[in-house]
Design a protein around this ligand. Structure first.
Ligand code: ATP
Ligand code: MG
Length: 569
């Protein structure tokens, strides 16, 4: 029974959104604004490619970009980098927008698509040709690769590099008109085939792809390359600080070249930071897609996935994820963050906000031999130990109870202070009980029933209750008042800390990454709402599964254990 007057979860907000720690990007933004370098403006953007669901790595970028805009009075644009016609899907667009909103960020009117700039990209490319800074090449992809050289050898110039501007312009127009097949021609920047930076060795700007685009349909059969379109998009939107991950550091000279050599309206600057790597976790969208397609998980929102939809379903809150992004900070150092750091952020958020409840995950019967069969007593348990104002709920104590199987040991191991023959524990919110005997199943040898007597003088909350000292304090439920529900207990998806470095991560999948148990729970949990997290006393934080639950039949996911059990093992 849930007592009246206890505030519901939705009315309470955890205020632990952290105050931002400084980092090199915040410092340079502060400096740029102080010196008026960007006209006093700050404009950032989050530019996902809509070819998958966002993961926890994206959250780092989202918190950085939107967080800067929030803290410095700037704007952060939401922009889809949809330059690749083959791969994008609206399903991903919808999910990405929903997820960014869920994380607590708002782009206002600033929702853009790189495909909005296709016409301008084309116009600027034509201008580059007119200025002698781009040319249409007809080497094959293979030849272009061979001509490029490598880190020790300079590249060779294409024989088409010096063709007349008018010829390149004409060919570029006809590329657009659809006169050539895929790969037959390519528009290349005319920069420097001897550059030590391979990205400057006449990189491709446009390629032919006879593939309809989900937004522009069949309007185009040539598509701008990412490096070109990205720089143009940033400049068109007058982004001031274009923040990306370190692997784009070598692309920055090309980014600058595009901005400087086209008549774009803005002058964005690119800065790089290190991407998030998380132990026991894959972060590449391609591999996450494989996990889904090969059925290693049950979908993008499987609670074991590092996707934000998966984490959300698992029980992660936006506050916990923002706290995590704050704690890990921003730098240029490559590192792998312990998964435990993420889990700790969730604990510290849920510890504050979640109501306490009792669930027995692996029940075994406990009979109180001296407790009358027809009696039942109400025991009051606080909804939150530090928030008396959140009220209490009552647990019914009866002769027959269930307790956790591992709270009993036939022969107590060293340091085991819970139930075993002759030993006493406190039943939380109730009495001290002393184990008298137990039954086992003759075939399996498993314990089926534990018997105990209770001491009527030790009722919690009454004077003298603590006269009998016991070390153990266990949770319990009455067999008459403990509906059975499905509970899913998750472990790490991978057995080794860095699955991403292995040639094949599949053999490293943890076969026990989910364990489904039939738990007994407080009756009030039957009415749990999706999105409402609880601490099940002593066993972790749980949330009603948003997908597989139905009215009256909740399924619970364990979001995280109470302590970092992995760190101890
Ligand atoms: P993938 O290579 O797996 O497709 P991506 O990095 O290309 O991933 P995008 O959708 O292009 O994915 O990423 C959008 C933004 O999120 C980019 O600015 C990118 O730098 C950033 N981002 C992606 N992964 C991470 C990560 N692990 N840590 C920090 N930022 C990330
Ligand atoms: Mg990408």
């Amino acid at each position: 029974m849930i007592l009246e007057g206890c505030p519901r979860y939705h009315g309470r907000m955890n205020t632990n959104t952290p105050s931002p720690a400084t980092n090199f990007i915040r410092n340079l933004v502060t400096d740029d604004l102080a010196h008026g370098r960007t006209g006093g403006r700050l404009a950032t953007r989050f530019p996902p490619e809509p070819n998958g669901y966002l993961h926890i790595g994206h959250a780092k970028s989202i918190c950085l970009n939107f967080g800067l805009a929030r803290d410095f009075g700037g704007v952060c644009h939401m922009r889809f980098d949809d330059t690749n016609p083959a791969k994008e899907e609206t399903e991903f667009v919808d999910s990405i927008l929903d997820t960014v909103r869920w994380l607590g960020f708002d782009w206002g009117d600033h929702l853009y698509y790189a495909s909005d700039y296709f016409e301008r990209c084309y116009g600027y490319a034509a201008k580059l040709i007119e200025d002698g800074k781009a040319f249409v090449d007809q080497l094959s992809a293979e030849e272009i690769r061979a001509y490029r050289g490598n880190l020790t050898e300079p590249g060779r110039e294409s024989p088409w590099r010096n063709r007349p501007v008018s010829e390149s312009l004409d060919l570029f127009r006809r590329m657009r008109a659809g006169e050539f097949r895929d790969g037959q021609l390519v528009l290349r920047a005319r920069i420097d085939m001897a550059s030590p930076n391979l990205n400057l060795r006449d990189p491709a700007l446009y390629r032919i792809r006879h593939v309809p685009h989900w937004r522009t349909g069949t309007t185009w059969c040539i598509y701008p390359m990412y490096d070109y379109a990205h720089a143009v998009s940033d400049a068109e939107e007058r982004i001031t600080h274009s923040l990306c991950t370190l692997e784009f550091e070598d692309h920055r000279p090309l980014y600058d070249w595009v901005v400087e050599n086209t008549p774009v309206p803005g002058r964005p600057h690119q800065y790089e930071f290190s991407r998030l790597n998380l132990s026991y976790t894959l972060m590449s969208k391609r591999k996450l897609l494989e996990l889904v397609q090969e059925g290693h998980v049950r979908g993008w929102d499987d609670p074991r996935m590092p996707t934000l939809v998966g984490l959300r379903r698992r029980g992660y809150t936006p506050e916990a994820i923002r706290l995590f992004c704050e704690r890990i900070g921003i730098s240029k150092a490559d590192s792998v963050i312990e998964l435990g750091v993420l889990e700790d952020c969730l604990r510290s958020d849920l510890n504050e906000r979640s109501h306490r409840r009792v669930a027995v995950l692996d029940p075994v019967r406990l009979v109180l031999e001296n407790f009358p069969e027809d009696r039942s007593e109400e025991c009051l348990a606080p909804n939150h130990p530090h928030h008396p104002e959140w009220g209490q709920r009552s647990l019914r104590l009866t002769r027959e109870l269930v307790i956790e199987r591992d709270d009993f040991m036939e022969v107590p191991a060293k340091g085991f202070f819970r139930l075993s023959p002759g030993k006493s524990v406190r039943l939380r919110y109730a009495y001290v009980v002393t184990c008298t005997r137990f039954d086992t199943d003759p075939v399996s040898g498993k314990v089926t029933t534990v018997y105990a007597t209770y001491d009527p003088e030790t009722r919690s909350g009454t004077p003298g209750a603590d006269a009998v000292k016991v070390k153990g304090n266990i949770h319990w439920l009455s067999t008459t008042e403990a509906p059975e529900v499905e509970v899913r207990l998750y472990e790490r998806l991978f057995l080794t800390p860095n699955p991403a470095v292995e040639a094949d991560y599949r053999p490293l999948l943890n076969p026990e990454s989910v364990r489904v148990v039939a738990a007994r729970v407080e009756p009030g949990l039957i009415g749990a709402l999706s999105g409402e997290a609880y601490q099940f006393e002593r066993t972790g934080y749980f949330i009603r599964d948003a997908v597989d639950s139905s009215p009256g039949h909740p399924v619970f996911n364990r979001a995280v254990t109470l302590r970092d059990t992995w760190a101890r093992s």
